[in-house]
Design a protein around this ligand. Structure first.
Ligand code: ZN
Length: 256
């Protein structure tokens, strides 16, 4: 029952924010200026990962891929405003949340590295079925925002998510359906041999998505390509700064 009411709360919240789009993407409060994404309070109290913290070695360990840079914007944990922001980027139907989060990422990328190092942005794809249901891919919205701030062009044709049928497995349970993600780099990515690709996703939880995407790109390019990752949110317990009790969040909330 408790679980049901939780789900209901979440659904209700998503519906409210899409009906009244002038609400804060994190706390749901009405924002003062039309089209504003976050209220003043949330904008300043979000838990930004400090720019002098380099989590690239940790991401390499998690993914077993020689990533060039790993750049997360926020750390999140269960029910904090960062997590609600991330959920709304994905599920609320309000596209400006994703675009604005992308702009925040773009500014973070500019502050961390020289953005001209990157040759293109690649959003982590969702399956066509999910795209139909949701109406957009949140990672594409993030890329649009990053492009606005950095000028790095977006390529949506380099990675596909064909989905794969799974049954009676942990994957099937996790995805609450018979389809799991299956990422595959396309032949177009071969044109990026010797170049640097920035893959963009909403969150990193287990690192599996990032690993699958990066590994497929590298394989197609015969390992002659640099791959970096930018995400909105990183589960805070990966940073080792929160208590055990937050760990359940990684498994329960995000299914993509
Ligand atoms: Zn707010």
């Amino acid at each position: 029952m408790e679980k049901l009411s939780k789900i209901f709360k979440r659904v209700k919240y998503s519906v409210v924010s899409s009906l009244y789009p002038h609400t804060c993407g994190a706390c749901g409060a009405v924002v003062e200026t039309e089209g504003e994404t976050l209220c003043e309070d949330c904008r300043y109290s979000l838990e930004y990962i400090p720019l002098d913290v380099d989590l690239t070695p940790l991401a390499r360990e998690m993914t077993q891929v020689q990533l060039s840079y790993f750049m997360p914007l926020l750390s999140y944990r269960k029910s904090n405003i960062e997590s609600r922001f991330v959920l709304n980027i994905k599920n609320s139907g309000v596209k400006r949340y994703g675009i604005e989060a992308g702009r925040m990422m773009g500014r973070m990328i500019n502050a961390r590295v020289d953005a001209s190092e990157f040759d293109c942005l690649v959003p982590v794809p969702i399956t066509s079925k999910r795209y139909e249901m949701r109406g957009y891919n949140q990672s594409e919205l993030l890329c649009l925002g990053i492009e606005m701030e950095t000028g790095i062009p977006v390529r949506t044709d380099l990675l596909v998510n064909e989905g794969k049928l799974v049954s009676n497995s942990i994957d099937a349970k996790r995805h609450k359906s018979a389809t799991a993600n299956k990422y595959q780099a396309t032949d177009e990515v071969k044109a990026f041999r010797g170049k640097h690709i920035l893959v963009v996703d909403d969150v990193i939880t287990t690192g599996k998505t990032i690993r699958d995407c990066s590994a497929s790109i590298m394989e197609k390019c015969d390992s002659n390509v640099k791959v970096s990752i930018a995400v909105v949110g990183m589960v805070s317990d990966l940073l080792g700064i929160y208590e055990e009790q937050n760990k359940i969040y990684t498994k329960d909330i995000f299914q993509d």
